[in-house]
Write a protein that binds this ligand. Structure first.
Ligand code: AMP
Ligand code: ZN
Length: 429
């Protein structure tokens, strides 16, 4: 039974009682780690939930400095698994799990999948990286617990993915949005109609990287399916943190497992409901490595009002990016997501793009490389020129600076195996 009404539709009053009790327990546990012991975490008294604001925040750098075991609060013997975040440079940030941690994580993922509509008789193809990255194993365990035939296909090898989808009558896929667009490109170039080729295909879980509503719609329309936004980060398990319900108006964040704060990224002051800010999260169930007030750097807001699905857990607005993704050009703050939303809405623009930042003299210069749609005739110079003009105009209206737009042939921008690399910053620091 993975529709746990008692937990998912819990009253706010009862939820806050549970959170308070779990928060106190979390602080007690955390005090067992060298990192939180040094922070004097045991000395804080928590009378009510708002007292969390007195606690110190934890940053990614703290996790790096504590490498390898500085944040583990149990005997190392109790650790059964580790994962690492997807950053590829420097000291990794590693998160450790005990048996109960894996069990609780699996339960949350199963809750998400059931909420989306996945059932025991369905086939789930997991096209996301296994290994240190949490996306593969996290979803895998949840789908297996639900009883689905779970195909650990991992990312890449597009031909084989498509063959599996057809031969196993795949119901749902878990996929990075940029790779979903690449799958669509591959099918379109081969003249395959996905609705005929995969009649049992119903759901795509899009996760692991920011993506626009327009990208979701493009995936849905092309495949004739419903796509669900899935948010997670390795520090809080990985996938299974926040997920859309069938209403698909924001992602329910499981507040019986994570305590949510939205703060001003500069002052760390709490922001009112509905205002966008940085998400801070505290683990409430984690036994081996609790994390308190983690600065995710992800920007979102808590949506006001209640959800028609009946679940009472707060809903997070689609993420507009990370505070450290923000580009500052000529004094203007720009997020890659603003550019994606424009590009994907213009007919004739293909599905892959990249933003290159350069320095020209003392000035910042932005080049937006966008693939053209495979159906466009590359030799039709006039229509390409018109397309370039339209993109430049619409981007300028959105981001207030004029980028150089470079249109290129479909397939010419490399497709990453994991999260897409959208911005290449060649400016001197
Ligand atoms: P990792 O710890 O490597 O799994 O990376 C987690 C980060 O990926 C998060 O902190 C977000 O910045 C990003 N991310 C994951 N899922 C989403 C999503 N659905 N929307 C936007 N960003 C996401
Ligand atoms: Zn809902």
């Amino acid at each position: 039974m993975y529709w746990n009404k008692d937990h998912e539709c819990i009253t706010r009053e009862r939820l806050e009682e549970v959170q308070l009790q779990k928060l106190r327990q979390t602080l007690k546990r955390a005090a067992g780690s060298p990192f939180y012991k040094a922070k004097g975490i045991a000395d804080y008294t928590i009378k009510d939930l708002s007292d969390i604001r007195k606690l110190p925040v934890t940053t990614k750098q703290d996790l790096r400095d504590a490498y390898p075991y500085g944040m583990v609060c149990t005997p190392i013997d109790d650790v059964v698994r580790l994962h690492s975040s997807s950053g590829t440079t420097g000291t990794p940030t590693v998160v450790y799990h005990g048996t109960n941690d894996i069990d609780n994580w699996t339960e949350l993922v199963t809750r998400c999948l059931y909420m989306m509509g996945l059932r025991k008789n369905h086939v789930f193809q997991n096209m996301i990286g296994y290994g240190l990255f949490t996306g593969g194993l996290g979803l895998h365990y949840g789908a297996e617990r639900l009883g689905c035939l779970t195909i650990p296909s991992g990312p890449g090898n597009t031909k084989r993915q498509l063959k599996f989808m057809k031969d196993y009558h795949t119901t749902a896929i878990h996929i990075i949005p940029s790779y979903a667009l690449h799958l669509a490109d591959t099918l379109e170039s081969a003249g395959v109609d996905p609705k005929k080729e995969f009649p049992d295909f119903k759901f795509a879980i899009l996760g692991a990287e920011p993506h626009s509503e327009e990208t979701r719609q493009k995936v849905e329309k092309f495949f004739g399916i419903e796509a669900f936004n899935s948010y997670g980060l390795s520090e809080m398990n990985g996938p299974g943190v926040a997920f859309e319900c069938p209403e698909r108006k924001g992602m329910h964040i499981w507040e019986d497992a994570f305590l949510v704060e939205i703060v001003d990224p500069d002052t760390l002051e709490p922001l009112p409901q509905g205002t966008k800010g940085e998400l801070l999260l505290t683990t409430l169930n984690r036994e081996v490595m609790p994390i308190i007030r983690y600065r995710t750097r992800d920007l979102t807001s808590i949506m006001p009002g209640s959800c028609a699905c009946g679940r009472t857990h707060a809903r997070l607005e689609r993420f507009s990016g990370r505070s450290d993704d923000m580009m500052i050009l000529k004094g203007v703050n720009i997020f890659p997501m603003q550019i994606e939303a424009i590009l994907i809405g213009i007919p004739g623009v293909g599905r892959n793009y990249q933003i290159i930042l350069e320095q020209k003299g003392n000035n910042d210069h932005m080049i937006v490389r966008a693939e053209i749609d495979p159906s466009i005739n590359v030799d039709a110079y006039r229509s390409l020129e018109k397309l370039r003009e339209r993109i430049t105009r619409e981007l300028r209206d959105e981001i207030l600076i004029t980028p150089e737009v470079d249109l290129c042939e479909p397939g010419s921008i490399p497709v990453a195996q994991g999260k897409a690399v959208r911005v290449i910053d060649r400016r001197e620091l």
